[in-house]
Every structure is written in structure tokens, then in C-alpha cells.
Design a binder for this molecule. Structure first.
Ligand SMILES: [Zn+2]
Length: 330
């Protein structure tokens, strides 16, 4: 009982949580003083045993109560000390000097959206998770097409997938609206790819115009106007190409903005930079959404690609690293 009394006195004076815990184990632990005292009861006579057991129980109660109070007080004190130490002086002068237009990707995206919405294109964001029909079949991408391969596409268990391009938004728009349709879809797209020129997540802008009498001349005018507005005065070159969802299809190049076509590393000495893909909407796509016989055009471009060219950034991966110096330089 003397040892127990001493422990109770010690408890009064404890100044830190570590010592408090040591003391708790010494008294209340499995092999602690109390357990030992209770074990010793069996050697006593009945009357004495009862009296002593009551005394031990009373002790246990007062020790536990005091321990709980001490613990609470010490924890509050510790928090107070930490808050003092980690205090931030918000009145200090700002050492961050650089002004910035924001992240190059957001800045580029906003510029593109502004350009097209000012010309009557309605902005669609679309869902990131799509089904096979909207991402592939409806866009005339048949089952054996390489774009569907497991190594390119992130699939979910239930045949859903992360959209590999913004084109599913075209399908949704044509399924839910009656022409004329004039829209752009903007947002993240996903493919299983990672190197200096590919990242698993990238962003696209997609344009779609559906109306009777729409022809290639309209498409050319819209895109040439866009490139000149975006990059300043550039020459534009159209090369025939192939995409499953457009017919005819074209790739669009513009004169190199870095060397004015004298030849440089960026344009690989050709004087031209690839910037866009475009074409007239394939009749099969119209058939898939119940708009047979309709005319329209579509185009697509990568926001990262345009940001790299317009902000003179040469490593795609730097967009996804949080380097303030890059943002400040920009
Ligand atoms: Zn060049």
C-alpha cells in the first residue's frame, strides 16, 4: 500500500505524457503494483481480505480519475506548445515576386475556349468515363482497330473506359440535339502511354459543326482563322490523312513559329509544324446517331501541343511537375 501511495503522489507531479504513461503501466499494468496487490489478497483471512480489497478498489478509482485529468491537461499543454512553435506570421512581406498568367495549360485552354465560344460554338465538357459505343463504335472505330487495344485504353471491369479522346462528346451532342449543332468539347483524355512526348493524361479540344450544306471550305476558313488568331500570322498547309470518323480527313500544318520556316530543331528543318486533325464527318457516324444524309465537319487538337508551341516549352512532362520557376518564367 505504501508503494501505491507513493505512485499516487508521483502522479500529482508528473510534467510530461511519457512519464505519465510509465506511471500508468507501473500501477495499472498487467504486472503492475495493483495486480500484484490483488494477487496477494488470497493469503489473507476473509475479513481482512474484504477490507483490503475495498481499499484497493478505492485506490484504483482515484488513481484512474487523476490519471485521466492529468492526461487531458498535458495533451492540451502539448498542443499549445506546438501551435506556438508552428505559428506563421501572416504580416510578413511576400517574398514571391513573380507575376504569372497561371498554368500554361489553363491559359492555353482558356484562349482556345474564348476564341471559339465568341464565334458561336457551344462549350461541352463531357464525362471522363465513357462506354465502348460512344468512345469507339459510334465513331466508326471497328472492333479490330488498334486504338481499342488494351495497351492503349484504360478499361474498367464493367466494359466502361476512360475516354481516349474528346470525340464521344460529339456523339452525345448529336444524339441529344437537333441540327444545326455548333460545339466544342474540351477536357482531359487518357491513354496508357508515358515518355517525353506522351503522358497518360492529356487534354484535347474537339470541334463539331453539323448543318445542311456544310462543306470543306467552311472547315478551312474556321481553322485558318483560329491558327492566325492564336499564333499571329502563319501559313497553313493541308495534307490528306486518315481518321475513322471523318471522310475526307486532313492533317493541318502551320509555318514554324520558331524559325519562320528557315529550319530548326522544333520543326525538324521542315519549316512546318503539325497542329491539328480535321475532316468532314463520316457518313457512318451520322448513320450511327440517326442523322443519315446530314453534313458536318469536325476537328481536334491537343492543348499540350498548342501550349508547348505558343509558350515555347519543350518538355511535355514539365506541365505536370509543380515547379514554380517554370510558372514564373511563363
Ligand atoms: Zn522551325
Amino acid at each position: 500500500m505504501q508503494a501505491l501511495q507513493a505512485a499516487l503522489e508521483k502522479l500529482e507531479e508528473v510534467k510530461d505524457l511519457h512519464t505519465l504513461e510509465e506511471l500508468r503501466l507501473l500501477v495499472l499494468g498487467k504486472k503492475g503494483l495493483l495486480a500484484h496487490a490483488f494477487a496477494g489478497l488470497k493469503e489473507l483471512e476473509q475479513e481482512e481480505k474484504t477490507r483490503y480489497a475495498q481499499e484497493l478498489n478505492r485506490f484504483k478509482e482515484s488513481f484512474s480519475t487523476l490519471h485521466a485529468q492529468k492526461k487531458q491537461a498535458l495533451q492540451a499543454l502539448e498542443l499549445q506548445v506546438r501551435l506556438e512553435a508552428e505559428k506563421i506570421d501572416v504580416s510578413l512581406a511576400n517574398t514571391h515576386s513573380g507575376g504569372s498568367l497561371g498554368h500554361p495549360l489553363n491559359y492555353t485552354k482558356e484562349r482556345i475556349i474564348t476564341h471559339f465560344t465568341q464565334r458561336g460554338f457551344k462549350l461541352h465538357l463531357g464525362a471522363l468515363v465513357e462506354d465502348d459505343f460512344h468512345n469507339f463504335s459510334a465513331l466508326n472505330i471497328p472492333p479490330h482497330h488498334p486504338a481499342r487495344a488494351m495497351q492503349d485504353t484504360f478499361y474498367f471491369k464493367d466494359h466502361k473506359l476512360l475516354r481516349t479522346h474528346t470525340s464521344p462528346s460529339q456523339i452525345h451532342a448529336m444524339q441529344t440535339q437537333t441540327p444545326p449543332i455548333k460545339m466544342i468539347a474540351v477536357g482531359h483524355t487518357f491513354r496508357r502511354d508515358y515518355d517525353t512526348t506522351h503522358t497518360p493524361m492529356f487534354s484535347q479540344v474537339e470541334g463539331l459543326v453539323v448543318d445542311t450544306g456544310v462543306h470543306f471550305g467552311h472547315l478551312k476558313q474556321v481553322l485558318e482563322e483560329f491558327l492566325n488568331a492564336f499564333f499571329g500570322s502563319v501559313k497553313v498547309r493541308w495534307r490528306s490523312s486518315f481518321f475513322p470518323f471523318t471522310e475526307p480527313s486532313a492533317e493541318v500544318d502551320m509555318s514554324c513559329v520558331f524559325c519562320q520556316q528557315k529550319g530548326c530543331k522544333v520543326c525538324k528543318n521542315t519549316g512546318w509544324l503539325e497542329v491539328l486533325g480535321a475532316g468532314l464527318v463520316h457518313p457512318e457516324v451520322f448513320k450511327n446517331v440517326g442523322l443519315e444524309g446530314m453534313q458536318g465537319y469536325a476537328f481536334g487538337l491537343g492543348i499540350e501541343r498548342l501550349a508547348m508551341l505558343s509558350c515555347e516549352i519543350n518538355d511535355l512532362r514539365s506541365f505536370f511537375e509543380t515547379d514554380l520557376r517554370m510558372l514564373e518564367a511563363f
